[in-house]
Design a protein. Structure first.
Length: 238
Protein backbone atom coordinates (compact mmCIF):
# COMPACT_ATOMS: atom_id res chain seq x y z
CA UNK A 1 0.00 0.00 0.00
CA UNK A 2 1.15 3.52 -0.75
CA UNK A 3 0.49 6.16 1.90
CA UNK A 4 0.05 9.81 0.97
CA UNK A 5 0.93 12.21 3.76
CA UNK A 6 -1.03 15.36 4.47
CA UNK A 7 1.40 17.42 6.53
CA UNK A 8 -0.53 19.79 8.78
CA UNK A 9 0.44 23.49 8.57
CA UNK A 10 2.01 23.70 12.04
CA UNK A 11 4.04 20.56 11.36
CA UNK A 12 5.19 21.91 8.00
CA UNK A 13 6.10 25.35 9.38
CA UNK A 14 7.29 24.69 12.94
CA UNK A 15 7.64 20.97 13.66
CA UNK A 16 8.96 19.23 10.52
CA UNK A 17 10.44 16.50 12.75
CA UNK A 18 6.89 15.18 13.24
CA UNK A 19 6.50 14.66 9.50
CA UNK A 20 9.93 13.05 9.32
CA UNK A 21 8.94 10.67 12.13
CA UNK A 22 5.85 9.60 10.17
CA UNK A 23 7.97 8.83 7.12
CA UNK A 24 10.34 6.81 9.31
CA UNK A 25 7.42 4.85 10.80
CA UNK A 26 5.95 3.93 7.44
CA UNK A 27 9.38 3.01 6.12
CA UNK A 28 9.81 0.70 9.14
CA UNK A 29 6.63 -1.21 8.36
CA UNK A 30 7.35 -1.38 4.64
CA UNK A 31 4.91 1.15 3.20
CA UNK A 32 5.90 3.54 0.43
CA UNK A 33 5.21 7.20 1.09
CA UNK A 34 4.19 10.08 -1.14
CA UNK A 35 4.18 13.71 0.01
CA UNK A 36 2.59 16.09 -2.53
CA UNK A 37 4.73 19.24 -2.55
CA UNK A 38 1.84 21.43 -3.69
CA UNK A 39 -0.38 20.69 -0.68
CA UNK A 40 -1.64 23.63 1.37
CA UNK A 41 -3.86 24.26 4.40
CA UNK A 42 -7.04 22.18 4.63
CA UNK A 43 -9.04 25.33 5.39
CA UNK A 44 -9.82 24.59 9.02
CA UNK A 45 -8.86 28.07 10.37
CA UNK A 46 -11.10 29.77 7.82
CA UNK A 47 -13.96 27.36 8.49
CA UNK A 48 -13.75 27.78 12.26
CA UNK A 49 -13.66 31.56 11.90
CA UNK A 50 -16.81 31.56 9.78
CA UNK A 51 -15.19 32.31 6.42
CA UNK A 52 -16.95 29.55 4.52
CA UNK A 53 -16.11 30.77 1.03
CA UNK A 54 -12.40 30.91 1.83
CA UNK A 55 -12.70 27.46 3.40
CA UNK A 56 -14.26 26.14 0.16
CA UNK A 57 -11.29 27.42 -1.83
CA UNK A 58 -8.87 25.54 0.42
CA UNK A 59 -11.10 22.45 0.46
CA UNK A 60 -11.31 22.28 -3.34
CA UNK A 61 -7.53 22.46 -3.58
CA UNK A 62 -7.14 19.72 -0.99
CA UNK A 63 -9.60 17.49 -2.83
CA UNK A 64 -7.90 18.06 -6.19
CA UNK A 65 -4.49 17.18 -4.74
CA UNK A 66 -5.48 14.17 -2.66
CA UNK A 67 -8.45 12.53 -4.37
CA UNK A 68 -6.25 10.15 -6.37
CA UNK A 69 -4.53 8.88 -3.22
CA UNK A 70 -5.13 5.33 -2.06
CA UNK A 71 -5.06 6.53 1.55
CA UNK A 72 -4.25 9.90 3.17
CA UNK A 73 -2.69 10.02 6.64
CA UNK A 74 -2.24 13.15 8.74
CA UNK A 75 -0.64 13.76 12.18
CA UNK A 76 -3.57 15.93 13.28
CA UNK A 77 -7.01 14.90 14.48
CA UNK A 78 -8.41 18.39 13.93
CA UNK A 79 -7.40 18.49 10.26
CA UNK A 80 -8.77 15.01 9.60
CA UNK A 81 -12.01 15.91 11.36
CA UNK A 82 -12.31 18.95 9.09
CA UNK A 83 -11.87 16.87 5.95
CA UNK A 84 -14.18 14.09 7.15
CA UNK A 85 -17.02 16.14 8.59
CA UNK A 86 -16.85 19.74 7.39
CA UNK A 87 -15.98 19.27 3.73
CA UNK A 88 -19.33 17.57 3.01
CA UNK A 89 -21.01 20.40 4.90
CA UNK A 90 -19.22 23.01 2.79
CA UNK A 91 -20.42 21.38 -0.44
CA UNK A 92 -23.87 20.26 0.69
CA UNK A 93 -25.52 22.17 -2.18
CA UNK A 94 -23.01 21.14 -4.85
CA UNK A 95 -23.53 17.48 -5.77
CA UNK A 96 -20.31 17.12 -7.77
CA UNK A 97 -18.03 18.54 -5.10
CA UNK A 98 -20.01 16.91 -2.31
CA UNK A 99 -19.37 13.44 -3.75
CA UNK A 100 -15.68 14.23 -4.24
CA UNK A 101 -15.44 15.56 -0.68
CA UNK A 102 -17.05 12.47 0.80
CA UNK A 103 -14.76 10.21 -1.23
CA UNK A 104 -11.60 11.92 -0.01
CA UNK A 105 -12.87 12.02 3.56
CA UNK A 106 -13.45 8.27 3.62
CA UNK A 107 -9.79 7.69 2.74
CA UNK A 108 -8.31 10.23 5.16
CA UNK A 109 -7.09 9.08 8.58
CA UNK A 110 -5.28 10.37 11.65
CA UNK A 111 -2.00 8.52 12.28
CA UNK A 112 -2.94 6.39 15.31
CA UNK A 113 -6.33 5.64 13.79
CA UNK A 114 -4.71 4.40 10.60
CA UNK A 115 -2.08 2.29 12.35
CA UNK A 116 -4.46 0.55 14.76
CA UNK A 117 -7.84 0.49 13.00
CA UNK A 118 -6.76 0.08 9.38
CA UNK A 119 -3.40 -1.70 9.49
CA UNK A 120 -4.06 -3.56 12.75
CA UNK A 121 -0.66 -2.55 14.14
CA UNK A 122 -0.23 -1.52 17.77
CA UNK A 123 3.45 -2.41 18.29
CA UNK A 124 6.06 -0.61 16.22
CA UNK A 125 9.09 -1.77 18.16
CA UNK A 126 9.64 1.66 19.70
CA UNK A 127 11.60 2.44 22.86
CA UNK A 128 11.30 5.41 25.20
CA UNK A 129 12.69 5.58 28.70
CA UNK A 130 10.21 7.69 30.61
CA UNK A 131 6.84 8.15 32.26
CA UNK A 132 4.36 9.26 29.64
CA UNK A 133 0.92 10.82 30.04
CA UNK A 134 -1.52 11.25 27.16
CA UNK A 135 -3.53 14.39 26.35
CA UNK A 136 -6.73 13.80 24.37
CA UNK A 137 -7.21 16.56 21.81
CA UNK A 138 -10.80 17.70 21.32
CA UNK A 139 -11.36 17.07 17.61
CA UNK A 140 -9.59 13.73 17.68
CA UNK A 141 -11.71 12.47 20.56
CA UNK A 142 -15.06 14.07 19.84
CA UNK A 143 -14.84 14.41 16.08
CA UNK A 144 -13.22 11.07 15.21
CA UNK A 145 -13.86 8.98 18.33
CA UNK A 146 -10.15 8.19 18.68
CA UNK A 147 -9.11 7.52 22.27
CA UNK A 148 -7.88 3.99 22.90
CA UNK A 149 -5.79 3.73 19.73
CA UNK A 150 -2.97 6.05 20.90
CA UNK A 151 -2.95 4.39 24.30
CA UNK A 152 -2.54 0.95 22.75
CA UNK A 153 0.45 2.20 20.81
CA UNK A 154 2.01 3.85 23.89
CA UNK A 155 1.57 0.73 26.05
CA UNK A 156 3.65 -1.25 23.56
CA UNK A 157 6.62 1.14 23.66
CA UNK A 158 9.51 -0.58 25.45
CA UNK A 159 10.59 1.01 28.75
CA UNK A 160 7.80 3.60 28.61
CA UNK A 161 5.25 3.78 31.42
CA UNK A 162 1.83 5.17 30.54
CA UNK A 163 0.37 7.20 33.41
CA UNK A 164 -3.16 8.51 33.05
CA UNK A 165 -3.67 12.10 34.13
CA UNK A 166 -6.90 13.43 35.61
CA UNK A 167 -9.33 14.84 33.03
CA UNK A 168 -7.16 13.83 30.10
CA UNK A 169 -10.11 14.58 27.82
CA UNK A 170 -10.50 18.22 28.86
CA UNK A 171 -9.49 20.96 26.43
CA UNK A 172 -6.03 22.48 26.87
CA UNK A 173 -7.35 25.93 25.99
CA UNK A 174 -5.70 26.37 22.60
CA UNK A 175 -8.55 26.14 20.12
CA UNK A 176 -6.76 28.06 17.38
CA UNK A 177 -8.02 31.65 17.37
CA UNK A 178 -9.75 31.00 20.71
CA UNK A 179 -6.40 31.39 22.49
CA UNK A 180 -5.88 34.77 20.80
CA UNK A 181 -9.41 36.08 21.29
CA UNK A 182 -9.86 34.89 24.88
CA UNK A 183 -6.35 34.72 26.37
CA UNK A 184 -7.43 34.84 30.01
CA UNK A 185 -9.79 31.90 29.60
CA UNK A 186 -7.24 30.02 27.51
CA UNK A 187 -4.52 30.45 30.13
CA UNK A 188 -6.87 29.31 32.91
CA UNK A 189 -7.68 26.18 30.91
CA UNK A 190 -4.08 25.30 30.13
CA UNK A 191 -3.08 25.94 33.75
CA UNK A 192 -5.69 23.41 34.86
CA UNK A 193 -4.34 20.94 32.29
CA UNK A 194 -0.79 21.47 33.52
CA UNK A 195 -1.81 20.95 37.13
CA UNK A 196 -3.09 17.50 36.16
CA UNK A 197 0.06 16.76 34.15
CA UNK A 198 2.31 17.63 37.08
CA UNK A 199 0.14 15.69 39.53
CA UNK A 200 0.48 12.56 37.37
CA UNK A 201 4.23 12.42 37.94
CA UNK A 202 4.91 11.99 34.23
CA UNK A 203 8.01 13.50 32.68
CA UNK A 204 6.59 13.51 29.15
CA UNK A 205 3.27 14.57 27.63
CA UNK A 206 2.27 13.09 24.29
CA UNK A 207 -0.69 13.60 22.00
CA UNK A 208 -1.81 13.46 18.39
CA UNK A 209 -2.18 17.19 17.69
CA UNK A 210 0.93 19.36 17.71
CA UNK A 211 -1.21 22.48 18.26
CA UNK A 212 -2.27 21.24 21.72
CA UNK A 213 1.27 20.13 22.53
CA UNK A 214 2.65 23.50 21.45
CA UNK A 215 0.22 25.26 23.77
CA UNK A 216 1.00 22.95 26.68
CA UNK A 217 4.76 23.15 26.13
CA UNK A 218 4.62 26.92 26.01
CA UNK A 219 2.99 27.09 29.43
CA UNK A 220 5.26 24.42 30.89
CA UNK A 221 8.27 26.42 29.75
CA UNK A 222 6.92 29.63 31.25
CA UNK A 223 6.57 28.07 34.68
CA UNK A 224 10.01 26.49 34.43
CA UNK A 225 8.81 22.87 34.39
CA UNK A 226 11.19 20.20 33.04
CA UNK A 227 8.24 18.17 31.69
CA UNK A 228 8.45 17.97 27.91
CA UNK A 229 5.95 17.37 25.13
CA UNK A 230 6.42 15.09 22.14
CA UNK A 231 4.08 14.15 19.32
CA UNK A 232 3.00 10.51 19.23
CA UNK A 233 4.69 10.05 15.84
CA UNK A 234 8.05 11.00 17.34
CA UNK A 235 7.48 8.75 20.34
CA UNK A 236 6.74 5.80 18.08
CA UNK A 237 9.71 6.51 15.81
CA UNK A 238 12.13 6.16 18.74
Amino acid sequence: MRVTLFVQCLVDSLYPEVGEAMVALFDRIGLSVRVPVDQTCCGQPAFNAGYRQAARVAARRFIEIFEDAEVVVCPSGSCVSTVRHHYPELFASDEKWYDRAVGVGQRTFELSQYLVDVLGIDDLGARYDGKVTYHESCHLLRGLGVSEQPRRLIRNIRQAELIEMKDADKCCGFGGTFAAKYPDISVAMVDEKISHILASGADTVTGCDISCLMNIQGRLSRIGSPVKTIHLAQLLAG
